[in-house]
Design a protein around this ligand. Sequence first.
Ligand code: SF4
Length: 79
Amino acid sequence: MNWLTTQSGNRREFVRDAARWALLAVVAAVSALLAATRGVTLPNPMCVNKRICSGCALFAKCELPAALSAKGAANRRGT
Ligand code: SF4
């Protein structure tokens, strides 16, 4: 392998890596845009109130199973 082929290989790798990073940036930007415009919220990773949803400050926005169950029960009761 001479100098010229080594350089062109490096150039190809550079262009390939740059394209990958550009694609990653586009995917991240589109994901952030969709999350921002559609109001997507990530679920709370942990319950902060021992799954006692009644009176929990996070209840309105919480998407943990206990909160969803409590919201479903409240809807069935009509409250
Ligand atoms: S709403 Fe319920 S599940 Fe969500 S954090 Fe509060 S207690 Fe935990």
